[in-house]
Design a protein around this ligand. Structure first.
Ligand SMILES: CC(C)(COP(=O)(O)OP(=O)(O)OC[C@H]1O[C@@H](n2cnc3c(N)ncnc32)[C@H](O)[C@@H]1OP(=O)(O)O)[C@@H](O)C(=O)NCCC(=O)NCCS
Length: 189
């Protein structure tokens, strides 16, 4: 399993030791405000942790813990998973990206930096034809991260409680067209 390295971050494949980090994020109302489930119970967080470990074992990619390169502290997670189903108009195979950053680290470009490296992994090593992101329309921070990464809106949907959701996508062809020459943030350690 490979850790991705960016200018400020280490993106480690999800491991057993990240269970308490997930619980801390998933029980923080500031982090979960725009997540359809709301805050997670400890039992549900434990099940999702196990599912994240299994996704790596089954597929060779998945959630990554985001750590500060300088002091190794945990800053959040960036996820890359197989979407529940195809998204109309988006080429297959598509992968779905997501991000949760601990509130003390918001506003420093952490989500964008981590997600950029995971996009490179998706379109490089993993050969994805497209990457999608879905988030509540009210989640302006996520909308901004998505736009900075080059994903564009492709569909509107409703969440479990009818909340308006937006689905954005970037194809591999578009990614390669706009990526600066020689810029390859995928840098395994
Ligand atoms: C959304 C989130 C991941 C952003 O993390 P981050 O590391 O602060 O993101 P970045 O610094 O890379 O970029 C955030 C951008 O959104 C903007 N932004 C953040 N909050 C905003 C808000 N409430 N309204 C408008 N813009 C906002 C920032 O200004 C920045 O844009 P800029 O670079 O043009 O100034 C973080 O707030 C978070 O973890 N939220 C809770 C979990 C979550 O909702 N995850 C997404 C689930 S789909």
């Amino acid at each position: 399993m490979r850790t991705l390295t960016t200018r400020r971050l280490l993106l480690e494949p999800w491991q057993e030791r990240h269970a308490p980090d997930l619980l801390r994020l998933a029980t923080d109302i500031r982090v979960m405000r725009h997540i359809g489930t709301g805050v997670w119970t400890p039992g549900y967080a434990a099940r999702r942790h196990v599912r994240a470990l299994r996704h790596w074992a089954d597929h060779g990619f998945g959630w990554r813990a985001v750590h500060d390169r300088a002091d190794r502290s945990f800053l959040g997670l960036v996820s890359l998973i197989r979407p529940a189903g195809p998204v109309a108009g988006v080429p297959e195979p598509a992968l779905e990206i997501g991000w949760w950053v601990a509130p003390h680290a918001w506003g420093r470009g952490i989500a964008t930096e981590a997600a950029s490296a995971v996009l490179a992994e998706a379109f490089g090593r993993l050969g994805a034809a497209a990457v999608v992101a879905r988030f509540q329309v009210a989640n302006t921070g996520s909308a901004r991260v998505t736009a900075k990464l080059g994903l564009v809106p492709v569909a509107e949907a409703a969440g479990p409680d009818g909340e308006p959701m937006r689905i954005c996508a970037l194809t591999g062809a578009e990614y390669r067209r706009h990526r600066p020459a020689g810029d390859d943030p995928e840098n395994p350690e």
